[in-house]
Design a protein around this ligand. Structure first.
Ligand SMILES: NC(=O)c1ccc[n+]([C@@H]2O[C@H](COP(=O)([O-])OP(=O)(O)OC[C@H]3O[C@@H](n4cnc5c(N)ncnc54)[C@H](OP(=O)(O)O)[C@@H]3O)[C@@H](O)[C@H]2O)c1
Length: 263
């Protein structure tokens, strides 16, 4: 299926590794111009090199930005405009907020979670919107978590701020539909990335279990019986972000192997 990217400009946040990287690779492979961003120049340079060599698409640029910083996002959006003319496709994403429950999380953790998980999304949309509205085309996909449907133990910050993103995405989908800007929220369940490996190690320490046992129990909760591959997640993201998607907007969709039982 031709997804119709054809030179469209994609800004993929938090894309030196994990889900952001896998999505950037798919978008580049499908013919999009891609701007990568994360906090590490070294990791970005390596990601860009791999994407160019695997996709054969040389329209891959990067800029260092910490998405929890308003100034960094402002500079990033300026660069995309200067380099490519503006953002057609926006993937909002960030590193996960620190784990913890209500009583262990401190005031500064709430502030970090707010800036990193929620305000990064608000500011990236603000930066991308003028061009999208002018073009009367845009696709926005927010990466969140299965916690938008069911809270996850010991991840109170994720549970709080990701549901806010789902609400924001629904409102944006309604407000921006007249401009042919489609907005969806995608929630990964357990996709095998560094973040999930870190959370499994944390759970093993907290529960006094072997890492292998934590993973075995976690996979046991997934009807498909395994963690997902980042490429499997990225394929859904790429479709939602594509011009080919003309009628799915305002949805919160899980890529979780059937893990969450709610309707
Ligand atoms: N994988 C899953 O199954 C799963 C499930 C639920 C939720 N999630 C959430 O989905 C998001 C992506 O997950 P992932 O599994 O891809 O995580 P990951 O493997 O840890 O990758 C995170 C990416 O974000 C970048 N990053 C981290 N903090 C950043 C910041 N402040 N500013 C800019 N970039 C930043 C990292 O690059 P640098 O280190 O180079 O900055 C890296 O490229 C996370 O928020 C995670 O909590 C993932």
């Amino acid at each position: 299926m031709d997804l119709g990217f054809n030179g469209k400009v994609a800004l993929v946040a938090a894309s030196s590794g994990g889900l952001g990287y896998a999505t950037a690779l798919q978008l580049a492979t499908e013919g999009s111009k891609v701007m990568l961003t994360s906090r590490s120049e070294e990791r970005l340079a390596s990601a860009a090199e791999k994407i160019i060599s695997q996709s054969g698409n040389t329209n891959v640029a990067y800029q260092v930005a910490d998405v929890s910083s308003k100034d960094d996002i402002g500079r990033l959006c300026d660069t995309v405009e200067k380099t490519y003319g503006g953002v057609d496709i926006l993937i909002t994403n960030a590193g996960g907020p620190p784990p913890g429950n209500f009583e262990s999380v401190q005031e500064q953790d709430w502030e970090l979670g707010f800036q990193l998980s929620l305000m990064s999304v608000v500011r990236l949309v603000q930066g991308a919107l003028p061009h999208m509205k002018q073009q009367r085309f845009g696709r926005i996909v927010h990466f969140t978590s299965s916690s938008i449907k069911q809270p996850i133990d010991n991840l109170i910050l994720s549970n709080t701020f990701r549901t806010a993103i789902a609400g924001l995405g629904k409102s944006l989908a309604i407000e921006l539909a007249p401009f042919n800007i489609l907005v969806n929220t995608l929630g990964p369940g357990r996709i095998a990335t560094d973040r999930v490996a870190y959370l499994d190690r944390t759970a093993a320490e907290r529960q006094g279990l072997d890492l292998a046992e934590v993973i075995r129990r976690s996979e046991g909760n997934i009807p498909l019986g395994r963690y997902g591959d980042p490429e499997e997640f990225a394929s859904i993201a790429a479709f939602l972000a594509s011009p080919r998607n003309g009628y799915v907007t305002g949805q919160s969709i899980l890529v979780d192997g059937g893990m969450i039982r709610s309707l």
